[in-house]
Design a protein around this ligand. Structure first.
Ligand SMILES: CC(C)(COP(=O)(O)OP(=O)(O)OC[C@H]1O[C@@H](n2cnc3c(N)ncnc32)[C@H](O)[C@@H]1OP(=O)(O)O)[C@@H](O)C(=O)NCCC(=O)NCCS
Length: 226
């Protein structure tokens, strides 16, 4: 089995029949991990598909393979790619990575100025997020939208979160800030162009000194001739 056996796409209303299976698997996996999660109903998941705010992976035989969706907070200033789930039959093939890449692309297209964030205890997700350019941050950098934090209520660690006044908990917060990234790229370009100018100046100086040697009429055209 390889990643080529799967189709990863933006979900539509056509995929709504998969919503109950997706929700069941989300609940089962949360139980197995011993964590709680924000509960999602099949209606909620199906609606995300209808709105074009979700990515679904299907095996070539039509079996559901994975899912993830977009949520927005603080009036669209923040986006979270939530509810990542891969069918246990198809784990460790690279599906989570491929789905997250697709949902990240979709989020950037739909909300180019939004900060994209995630809260997770999972090493796999942390790895994938890092590769996408997310960086670990404190909770104070995340959305302060009450509706988002309400989602933590169904987590087994909610008491810990509240006892720490929502400043930290068991999850690692990660954030992709498009403004920061644009600045990083600009700084890198500046450094590169500075290096290029320096190289150009060295090249010109070398050309000049070769010419000087030639015009001295010494018949020396290469520095190695000296
Ligand atoms: C976590 C989960 C989404 C990973 O899905 P997956 O398709 O098996 O992951 P991938 O094959 O794309 O692996 C991505 C990377 O994570 C690593 N990884 C996968 N599962 C891992 C695990 N349980 N522990 C540590 N690393 C793991 C892979 O080795 C890979 O790393 P690499 O790129 O360095 O090789 C899947 O196990 C799942 O659905 N779990 C239950 C729900 C869940 O935990 N969701 C995340 C909520 S934040």
């Amino acid at each position: 089995m390889t990643i080529q056996d799967f189709k990863i796409q933006v979900a539509t209303g056509e995929h709504a029949d998969y919503a109950p299976q997706i929700c069941d698997e989300m609940a089962e996996s949360a139980k197995a991990r011993g964590t709680g999660i924000a509960k999602r109903s099949p209606e909620y998941v199906a609606n995300k598909m209808l709105e074009g705010k979700a990515v679904i992976a299907l095996h070539k035989d039509g079996t559901w393979a994975g899912f993830c969706y977009i949520e927005t907070w603080s009036h669209g200033q923040f986006v979270a790619n939530s509810g990542l789930i891969v069918n246990p039959m198809f784990r460790k093939v690279g599906l989570a990575k491929a789905i997250k890449e697709e949902v990240f692309k979709l989020s950037r297209k739909k909300y180019p100025d939004a900060k994209i964030f995630g809260l997770t205890t999972g090493l796999a997700v942390m790895k994938i997020n890092s590769e996408l350019g997310y960086e670990p941050v404190t909770y104070s950098e995340l959305t302060q939208d009450e509706a988002f934090w309400q989602g933590c209520k169904s987590c087994v660690n909610y008491d810990i979160l509240m006892s720490k006044e929502r400043k930290n908990c068991m999850c690692t917060a990660m954030l992709f800030d498009p403004a920061e990234k644009a600045k990083e790229i600009e700084d890198k370009m500046k450094k590169l162009s500075h290096k290029a100018t320096l190289l150009e100046r060295i090249e010109n100086a070398l050309k000049k000194s070769t010419k000087t040697i030639e015009t001295l009429g010494l018949g020396i055209t290469k520095l190695t001739d000296i």
